[in-house]
Design a protein around this ligand. Structure first.
Ligand SMILES: [Fe+2]
Ligand SMILES: [Fe+2]
Length: 192
């Protein structure tokens, strides 16, 4: 099965998401494609991953969708409800015929994880740096780093994610902490 064209993904988006989230998605796509060009990743994969990353976020019942796809959060690791859309979005992308690398980028876009691929890093950071996103404390620094130091931009993004969930009293996803630990150990070991 051939994966959908960009035009087909755009119409899927418009059917499923509010205009505000479509705008966010297009912003993420623009940043992700530029980052992919900068960091030697596949720009087409970056575009598709970005267009797919929040595709299921406005589905009325994430648990029902998880059941529909035959996945429970525990199968991809315990995660928090805010992140369910990343699991269902990844399943949606897999159903459309996208490869493992792209599906994985959608899966980890909201939390990060230890051992992230370049495409996973790009989507995670682009999601946080979308030009239409409301300002938050680390945003300018992340934007300043995303073409010059991918791992520093990632570390900042992970720290901001942890700060946001803590300040808003939301449950913390284990994978974000693990990702930050991984990237910081990499520097300590001089393995960058
Ligand atoms: Fe998301
Ligand atoms: Fe997003």
């Amino acid at each position: 099965m051939a994966a959908p064209s960009r035009e087909e993904l755009l119409s899927l988006l418009r059917e499923r998401l509010s205009p505000r989230r479509v705008l966010h998605t297009l912003g993420v796509e623009a940043v992700a494609v530029c980052m992919a060009a900068r960091w030697g990743a596949d720009t087409e994969a970056a575009s598709s991953a970005a267009l797919l990353h929040d595709m299921t976020k406005e589905a009325p019942d994430q648990l029902q969708l998880l059941r529909y796809y035959g996945i429970l959060p525990s199968e991809w690791g315990e995660t928090v409800p805010n992140v369910y859309h990343a699991l269902t979005g990844a399943a949606f992308a897999g159903e459309l015929g996208y490869d493992e690398e792209l599906v994985s980028a959608v899966r980890w876009h909201a939390t990060g994880r230890a051992g992230m691929t370049v495409l996973e890093k790009i989507l995670f950071i682009a999601d946080m740096a979308d030009p239409f996103r409301a300002a938050y404390p680390g945003l300018a620094d992340i934007r300043g780093l995303l073409y010059t130091d991918l791992d520093q931009a990632l570390a900042l993004g992970l720290r901001e994610t942890l700060r946001f969930v803590r300040e808003n009293g939301r449950p913390e996803d284990q994978f974000t902490g693990e990702a930050l630990y991984w990237i910081e150990r990499k520097w300590e070991n001089g393995n960058v």
